[in-house]
Design a protein around this ligand. Structure first.
Ligand SMILES: [Zn+2]
Ligand SMILES: [Zn+2]
Length: 440
């Protein structure tokens, strides 16, 4: 009985006595609806491509300066941090990404992007087809709200705006910058990514590994060219490539545990010119997805072992064994701290109700937010999904009368009027509880 009472006492501060912020946060959010729509439509109409987010960063900085944040630059490309120190307490970091995609928008919306940039002499369209404009508007909304109600909390918040998420360059460049090391050290790191399957505003939790580590690799398979009618005088790299592509599909099924999900895809194969010539070489382009570091290393090792030994078996000398080029765009997996996930769920149950969130499965798409959580400092981190689909559209899709357009689609059109306020409410109450409601 006494033990039961003790356990109850342990949980009481969080469940019963902890302050509720929902009334205040809801009031602030309702009042700012028009502002959110203006920000979103401006950002949506003016996307910039990875590493080029100059105007986007300037826009965000201008808004944050109005709210009393200190801006810290030189975090790689156009990345910056906006810091608000508000007395003693924990340090919470919240990251947004800023880049659009080289996609021609086809939503037909009145604020659709018509942006176009010149890249290598060619015009390239741009669109926020991954919803990073939703991320930025929600992030800005949360920053503004926390600044307005700063008497209610104590601690430090770091709002991190990151360039080049889509190309996997931004987080790595940020972490390598000297300015990043000088930021206050966070106790907790958070981010959102929008989700084109969940209802607008609903949060998706996925504890543990939730998004994959990404590697891109080019492999050159060499041979000995010759006449297509005399293959006995040649070593055929086309046949060797075909055998290799088939053989490496055994890595996931036979070298990894079934508890270590991974994907190896050969997305491009180029070799040869015409039917009666055996070429000298064939080029393969791969993407490799994994969750844990050991599984990733096994894949990289096996790709080489299989390739080298197949080349040797084909009779090629060592200097004609395959060339493996791991491209400089690898990113780590996203690991969502389960204990932090439990805390966030408790906050949402209390502040927004049990139906405000759900559990989703891990996916093999990458997100470079994983880089922050997998630093040696191992700061507890969590990337929450936020749904973007309006209830009407979801109902039509269920009847087969509408299509749900995925992230990166030319027609991706999130229900921003429902999504952004829900994101601001969610992130605000989460940060307020993580900071604690201790006044200065
Ligand atoms: Zn994306
Ligand atoms: Zn994205």
């Amino acid at each position: 009985m006494f033990r039961k009472f003790l356990i109850l006492l342990l949980f009481l501060p969080f469940t019963s006595f902890a302050q509720s912020f929902s009334t205040l946060v809801n009031k602030e959010t309702e009042a700012a609806q028009g502002q959110y729509a203006t920000w979103y439509q401006h950002l949506h109409k003016n996307p910039e491509l990875s590493t080029q987010e100059m105007n986007t960063a300037a826009f965000l900085k201008k808004e944050l300066s109005k709210s009393g944040f200190t801006i810290i630059d030189s975090l790689g490309f156009h990345s910056f941090a906006a810091v608000l120190k508000n007395g003693n307490g924990p340090v919470v970091l919240y990251r947004t990404d800023m880049d659009g995609l080289p996609v021609k928008e086809q939503t037909g919306l009145p604020f659709a992007s018509e942006a176009s940039y010149i890249k290598e002499g060619q015009p390239v369209p741009a669109m926020h087809a991954c919803g990073h404009d939703i991320h930025m508007s929600s992030w800005l909304g949360t920053a503004t709200l926390l600044s307005r109600i700063r008497k209610q909390w104590s601690g430090t918040v770091i709002f991190l705006a990151q360039s080049a998420e889509e190309t996997g360059q931004g987080a790595r460049k940020m972490i390598a910058s000297p300015a990043f090391a000088r930021l206050p050290k966070p106790d907790i790191q958070l981010a959102f990514h929008d989700n084109a399957d969940l209802p607008a505003g609903q949060i998706g939790f996925c504890d543990g590994y939730s998004m994959a580590a990404v590697d891109m690799m080019n492999i050159t398979i060499y041979g000995k060219g010759g006449h297509g009618a005399a293959p006995q005088q040649a070593i055929d790299p086309v046949l060797l490539s075909a055998q290799y592509i088939t053989a490496i599909q055994s890595i996931v099924s036979r070298n990894l545990s079934s508890n270590d999900p991974a994907v190896i895809t050969v997305g491009a194969i180029h070799g040869g010119t015409v039917g009666n010539i055996i070429p000298d070489q064939v080029q393969l382009k791969l993407t490799i997805r994994s969750f844990n570091a050991a599984a990733r290393q096994t894949i990289l090792d096996r790709l080489k072992t299989i390739g080298d030994n197949m080349a040797a078996a084909a009779g090629l000398p060592k200097d004609k064994w395959p060339l493996y080029e791991l491209l400089d765009m690898s990113i780590k997996s996203v690991y969502n701290d389960p204990q932090l996930g439990a805390r966030l769920r408790t906050v949402l149950s209390k502040e927004r109700g049990d139906s405000s969130y759900t559990t989703v499965k891990p996916i093999m798409i990458g997100e470079d937010f994983g880089e922050y959580g997998q630093l040696p400092s191992k700061i507890p981190s969590y990337l929450m999904w936020i749904g973007t689909v309006s209830p009407e559209r979801k109902a039509l899709a269920a009847k087969g009368e509408a299509e749900l357009y995925s992230l990166h689609s030319t027609r991706f059109a999130p229900d921003f009027t429902a999504t952004i306020p829900a994101a601001v409410k969610t992130m605000s109450v989460c940060i307020l509880h993580l900071l604690g409601s201790v006044k200065k």
